[in-house]
Design a binder for this molecule. Structure first.
Ligand code: HEC
Length: 158
């Protein structure tokens, strides 16, 4: 239930929710007591843990490449990266069907929401290449990132 609330909050006001989480963490220095870890532990077979974490690092790298290409005005490249590496087209790439069966439902939903947000972002970004209006592109990027944040807040593998 808590995760659902986080995801809904992230979806409704993703920018501010994300910022609030980041600021909260920054407020603590290293010596201060850490908030209890309330994330749900999800048991994956060992090889799938390593596989999933490698995918995760690719997700982060993709976000970085998308941002670099947006800064260069390469909206077409950014759109293609989002669709093929994070979007619905990436499901085969990440072996999602194999991994999904070990995930609780809320985690599966967060994953699906991320793939959908990335595919929507790809379309928005292609349109921005025509209109020149980048505002919806940044909003779309925040929607993708909100799904990363929401799932990370709810689940852990280790
Ligand atoms: C469906 C849930 C889910 C989504 C969506 C998700 N992640 Fe993760 N991610 C995880 C889990 C679970 C871990 C492992 C955390 C742990 O065990 O401490 C993780 C770990 C990571 C790591 C650490 C990898 C390592 O080598 O330890 C990175 C980086 C990461 N995610 C990036 C992202 C980015 C960027 C996105 C969004 C584009 C994203 N993730 C979306 C669940 C998710």
């Amino acid at each position: 239930m808590r995760l659902l609330a986080i995801i809904i909050a992230a979806g409704l006001a993703c920018g501010s929710a994300t910022l609030a989480v980041a600021q909260h963490r920054h407020g603590h220095d290293a010596s201060a007591p850490v908030a209890p870890d309330t994330r749900q532990f999800v048991k994956f077979p060992k090889p799938l843990i390593e596989h999933t974490l490698a995918n995760m690092r690719d997700h982060l790298q993709t976000l970085q490449e998308i941002q670099s290409h947006l800064a260069l005005g390469h909206t077409d490249v950014a759109a293609k990266l989002a669709e093929t590496r994070l979007g619905m087209s990436s499901l085969g790439l990440h072996g999602s069907a194999e991994v999904a069966k070990y995930m609780p439902q809320g985690m599966q939903e967060a994953g699906t929401a991320m793939h959908r947000a990335a595919s929507r972002f790809a379309i928005t970004t292609q349109e921005a290449g025509v209109t020149g209006d980048l505002k919806p592109v940044f909003a779309g990027l925040a929607e993708i990132t909100a799904q990363c944040v929401g799932c990370h807040a709810g689940y852990r593998l280790k």
